[in-house]
Each structure stands twice: as C-alpha cells, then as structure tokens.
Design a protein around this ligand. Structure first.
Ligand code: FES
Length: 202
C-alpha cells in the first residue's frame, strides 16, 4: 500500500522544488507553456527567474561567439594579379580566349608581337564576348564593340580596353601582371607601345 502524500499544515500539497534547467530547456519551457492564466506567485517567480537566467546566458553566448569571431579575420581573398600563361609559342595569330574565365584576359598575337587585353569593358565594366565570326569583341551590356586589338569603334565605350603588363621569366614563359595596365585614354597619347605593354619578336 502506497504512503499518503505528506501535506502542509494548511492541508495543501507543497509545490515541488524548482528544478535546474539548461538554457535550451528553460527557453523551450517558456516558449512551450507560458500559461499566462497561471497566477500562482511561486510559478510566476520561477518563470521570471528562468527568463532572467536565459537572457543572461544568451548575452554571454553571443559575446562568446563574438570573441571567437575575432580569431577569423574578415579577409578578402582576391584572385592573383601576377601569373604565368605559358610560352609565346603556345599562342598563334589572333585572339586566344582560354584564360578569359580564369583571369579575365585575352591573349592576342599580331604582326608586332604578343599582348594581353584586360577583358573589362571601358564603359561600365562588363565582360565583352569575343565574336570570331564578326572578328570583334561585343559587350552584351550596352553594345560597345572593339576590334581584335581591343580598340573601341562602336557603342558607348569611351576608350580601348586596357592591356596588362607582360614580360618573360627566366624560363621563357610569359608572366602577366594585371596590377600594372597600359591605357589609351580618349584624346591622350596611347601607352600601348610602352615597354612592357607588348612582347615584340617572340
Ligand atoms: S558595360 Fe560595356 S557597353 Fe556598357
């Protein structure tokens, strides 16, 4: 036979002692069963205590995450601006587009030598398409057209596309440096003949 439940002097069953809850348990209980109609003062105090504990733990948790974030700096890893593209003999006469996706450049060989065009439209920066059948670059954004050497001849582009610095390394490979470009601003002298803008006699 089971023992009767002990009763308080007033004849009422005493409430169970407050249990220790984790942060997630406390939050879950508050959200799951707030029971606003429950006006028992002890339960109200208990709920408030849990809410305060959950808030404090939440603030401490956020601060801890911010502390951890300190060890992971918000670095922006830019693509390389200086790289090798192979030997001059790898490039035949005309426009070579094989590095367009990787480095956003075209390699061009003409009667003077080899140079590298930065594949950025000088209007607003879109990447033009090489149209072999039309022998020109065509920008899909606003229709600027450039000849095979990147010289603008139609549309709103204000000047030819820039060319990247090129040189040969000790092994004879072409090294491209996109951080150093040569321009031909409208109404100003062209830099396309400068040392480093083209590899001659290769
Ligand atoms: S961005 Fe190329 S024409 Fe406007």
């Amino acid at each position: 036979m089971a023992n009767p439940t002990p009763e308080s002097p007033a004849g009422k069953t005493p409430p169970p002692p407050p249990s220790k809850l984790s942060l997630s348990q406390a939050l879950f209980k508050i959200l799951k069963d707030p029971d606003p109609a429950d006006s028992d003062p002890q339960k109200v105090v208990l709920r408030r205590r849990r809410f305060v504990i959950a808030s404090v733990l939440g603030v401490l948790g956020v601060n801890f995450l911010m502390f951890l974030r300190f060890f992971f700096p918000r670095a922006l890893y830019e693509p390389k601006t200086r790289f090798r593209i192979g030997y001059p003999s790898d490039f035949g006469f005309g426009v070579d587009t094989k590095f367009q996706n990787q480095y956003r450049i075209w390699v061009v060989r003409n009667t003077e030598g080899i140079f590298v065009i930065s594949a950025i439209c000088t209007h607003l920066g879109c990447t033009p398409d090489w149209k072999p059948s039309e022998n020109k670059f065509k920008c899909p954004c606003h229709g600027s057209g450039y000849d095979p050497e990147g010289i603008n001849f139609e549309g709103p582009a204000p000047r030819p596309m820039d060319r990247a610095h090129v040189e040969l390394d000790p092994e004879g490979q072409i090294v491209v440096d996109l951080s150093h470009v040569y321009r031909w601003p409208k109404g100003e002298p062209s830099q396309f003949g400068d040392e480093g803008a083209i590899l001659r006699n290769v």
